[in-house]
Design a binder for this molecule. Structure first.
Ligand SMILES: *Cc1c(COP(=O)(O)O)cnc(C)c1O
Length: 441
């Protein structure tokens, strides 16, 4: 499988190149050129198969030239010591909605799948080249922790994470700063925008990039998207035959990476009836699906803040898959947007009736799924698999506000609270970042 840029169809790069470059030189996103037909493989998976085994058998079929079966085994087994889970819930006495829980990894959110896979792939490729790379990334809190955990103790790789001092939550700070080893946390006296600017300038500093192999691990990297397709396939394998006949996936979306990955799985042969693009009031994509007009705008803050995106970066990829054809995209994807009030109400209801905690992002998806079933949307499925994107313990305050009860903090997060913070404080100039990097690597 080779990749091209969403902006320049003449560009062709290998998976390895796409992974280390992140963004194409023209500013576009890397996107697969071929569309392999893997339906026979997808239909052969049994519910008993582990997620890592499933990933192991898909990889050599996707990348026959770059990932041999033995390399696939190493990557998959190292990347996925954790697994998704399916949980049936009871919307209005019905059993049609199942939550695909994607928050059992080290940072308790679905981004662990992409980050951990990318880390395992980079480690494998770097070992092969006897090379060393430095991942440089800025975080406003949440995304950095999945990256930090994923790359912790990987050989041939160091990670430098910039975060704005005093502007991330105490738990987020602990997640970023307590690992040590090959994970270097830089506490920047400045804003998230400063952190982003410093990282951007480092990537174009000739002296730095001559000395250090700098790379990024951000969410638009195709190496994070590909493994996200795998859990749609895993979920499908775990449905009953009736459910498999007419199954819809509902995806709480912000930058639309998760949904794009699901659509890729469908393109590769997964028999999905349709997708739901669920958003909060940042409803640029649901509106586009309605009227064919794509109008990005500034984001609005909501309770599902990991989805507060006004100009989703993966829209370019999604649109590309449907050849820019709005009607075709709407045939396969329904857009539903949900208010904060509905989200709170959903968290409250499922706690009251079933005793389960939902985080705001997952609850939003569940609400969109309910509305798809009860309002005039067609076709009606036998089942909706709604993606559970984060552990409720990551959003304690909101869940407590809705239910009156504090959800338990997951063990992974509890553990980091007790570890000491290790961060280097720096100012908000690119010069300071450069000095740190030149001295350290
Ligand atoms: C990142 C994130 C999302 C949005 O996913 P996209 O791939 O950006 O659409 C949803 N929920 C949670 C908890 C997230 O962290």
């Amino acid at each position: 499988m080779q990749f091209t840029s969403t902006r320049d169809p003449n560009l062709r790069v290998s998976f390895r190149e796409a992974v280390f470059q992140g963004l194409a030189p023209d500013g576009g996103l890397y996107h697969p050129i071929e569309t392999p037909d893997l339906r026979d493989l997808f239909l052969s998976f049994a519910p008993s198969q582990s997620f890592a085994d499933l990933a192991e058998s898909i990889l050599p079929r996707l990348f026959p030239e770059e990932i041999s079966p033995s390399v696939a085994k190493r990557i998959a087994q190292r990347a996925f010591p954790f697994s998704p889970a399916l949980r049936r819930i009871l919307p209005e006495g019905d059993r049609k909605i199942q939550i695909l829980e994607l928050f059992h990894g080290p940072s308790c959110a679905f981004k662990d799948f992409g980050a951990s896979f990318l880390a395992a792939v980079m480690e494998e490729f770097l070992k092969d080249e006897a090379s060393h790379a430095v991942i440089l990334t800025a975080t406003s809190g949440d995304t950095g922790s999945a990256v930090a955990r994923a790359f912790y103790k990987r050989e041939h790789i160091d990670v430098v994470i910039l975060y704005p001092s005093q502007r991330v939550s105490p738990l987020q700070e602990k997640q970023l700063t307590t690992l040590g080893g090959n994970i270097h946390a830089l506490e920047v006296k400045g804003s998230f925008d400063d952190c982003q600017r410093m990282v951007k300038e480092a990537f174009v500093d000739p002296e730095l990039i001559r000395k250090i192999r700098l790379t990024s691990a951000n969410s638009i990297n195709i190496g994070r998207l590909i493994p996200q397709a795998f859990y749609y396939i895993w979920a499908y394998a775990n449905l009953s035959p009736t459910e498999q006949e007419a199954c819809i996936f509902c995806v709480p979306s912000g930058n639309f990476g998760n949904l794009t990955a699901g659509v890729l799985a469908w393109k590769w042969g997964l028999p999905v009836q349709r997708f739901i693009a669920a958003t909060n009031i940042n409803k640029v994509v649901p509106e586009y699906l309605q009227n064919g007009i794509y109008k990005p705008r500034s984001s609005v803050q909501t309770l599902s803040n990991a989805m507060d995106v006004g100009n989703p970066s993966n829209f370019e990829r999604l649109s590309r898959i449907f050849h820019g054809n709005h009607a075709e995209m709407h045939r396969w994807i329904e857009g539903i947007w949900v208010t904060d009030n509905e989200t709170l109400h959903t968290i409250r209801t499922y706690y009251a009736t079933e005793g389960i905690f939902l985080d705001p992002h997952t609850a939003l998806g569940v609400r969109a799924s309910e509305r798809y079933l009860t309002e005039g949307y067609t076709p009606k499925p036998n089942c909706i698999v709604s993606l559970g994107t984060a552990h409720p313990g990551k959003f304690l305050e909101i869940v407590e506000e809705a239910t009156g009860k504090r959800p338990p903090l997951p063990a992974q997060l509890q553990a980091v609270l007790e570890l000491p913070k290790q961060a280097v404080m720096i100012g908000n100039s690119s010069e300071e970042l450069k000095r740190f990097l030149m001295k350290r690597f």
